[in-house]
Design a protein around this ligand. Structure first.
Ligand code: SAM
Length: 263
């Protein structure tokens, strides 16, 4: 067992956002974190933690002076943030009841969604889109906390909710609409994603319907707009389950693309 190295990076490190340039060798007063560090987490001088400021790196730092009111950290090292997604993955989620939508935001952030687009479709219970705009700051808090927890350094943006139809896709986007009536043998999401992995820069999108599902004419409109219907298997999933299942599968395939292109 290697001796304990206090300057080693460890996934279990606590992670904190610090809005400052975090160059190795610099020290920073982070009194706003003092109570959480000293009282909640019961850390001590010399303990190490990860800091990030949204620049795509993460920083190893050590506590130099900690009381419940004051905290000074010294930055030891920097590295590219390993947990930040290396792909573009937009989730167009039709509005759901509040707790379900909150859950999709949290899990989608953990799974690597790089942009959320809330959409109000014909069967969305929570409507119209304007009624959702008051939830934006709460949603952003959910996403920011999930970003910190999972090791990402940049919270994915949440577009303002829109009423159907979803906004036009950027050219070249591989866009998939999860449709429970899609043929589960010939239109599986995994196969459809793999077929579009050849270009290392293709952006991806997934659209998941509301609790009551999408109308036939909504599916038709999506087909016209370049979306491809995909199946998530033979079982009818709750919308929030479909979102997480679809995103997990897409993120895994997209991470594989990144590894393959890195050689
Ligand atoms: N028609 C569904 C029913 O009979 O209960 C209602 C929609 S389902 C609860 C909610 C959403 O999850 C759908 O709009 C679809 O986007 C997605 N979904 C659920 N099961 C799916 C499956 N097996 N394949 C693809 N998408 C699915």
């Amino acid at each position: 067992m290697a001796p304990f190295d206090p300057t080693a990076w460890r996934p279990a490190h606590h992670r904190f956002f610090v809005a400052a340039p975090l160059l190795p060798g610099t020290t920073h007063q982070v009194d706003a974190l003092a109570h959480q560090l000293a009282v909640v987490l019961r850390l001590n001088d010399g303990d190490t933690l990860h800091l990030f400021n949204g620049d795509g790196c993460e920083y190893l730092a050590t506590l130099q002076h900690l009381t419940p009111r004051q905290a000074t950290v010294a930055v030891l090292a920097a590295r590219p943030a390993l947990a930040d997604p290396t792909f573009e993955l937009t989730l167009f989620q039709c509005s759901l009841k509040q707790d379900k939508f909150d859950w999709v935001l949290q899990k989608g952030t953990e799974l690597g969604v790089t942009r959320f687009c809330p959409v109000v479709s014909a069967r969305s219970i929570v409507r119209p889109a304007a009624a959702l705009h008051t939830k934006q700051s709460r949603w952003e808090t959910i996403v920011r906390e999930a970003t910190e927890q999972c090791g990402r350094t940049q919270p994915p943006p949440i577009a303002a909710a829109v009423d159907w139809p979803p906004p036009p896709l950027p050219p070249g986007t591989a866009a998939f609409v999860a449709w429970e009536e899609a043929d589960p043998t010939t239109l599986r999401l995994g196969d459809a994603v793999t077929a579009r992995l050849s270009s290392p820069t293709t952006p991806f999108a997934l659209l998941v319907g509301p609790e009551g599902g999408l109308l036939g004419r909504e599916i038709e409109e999506l087909l016209q707009a370049g979306w491809q219907p995909v199946s998530l298997g033979r079982r009818i999933l709750r919308a929030e389950t479909a979102a997480v299942a679809g995103l997990a599968l897409m993120a895994e395939r997209l991470d594989t693309r990144q590894r393959n292109t890195k050689g």
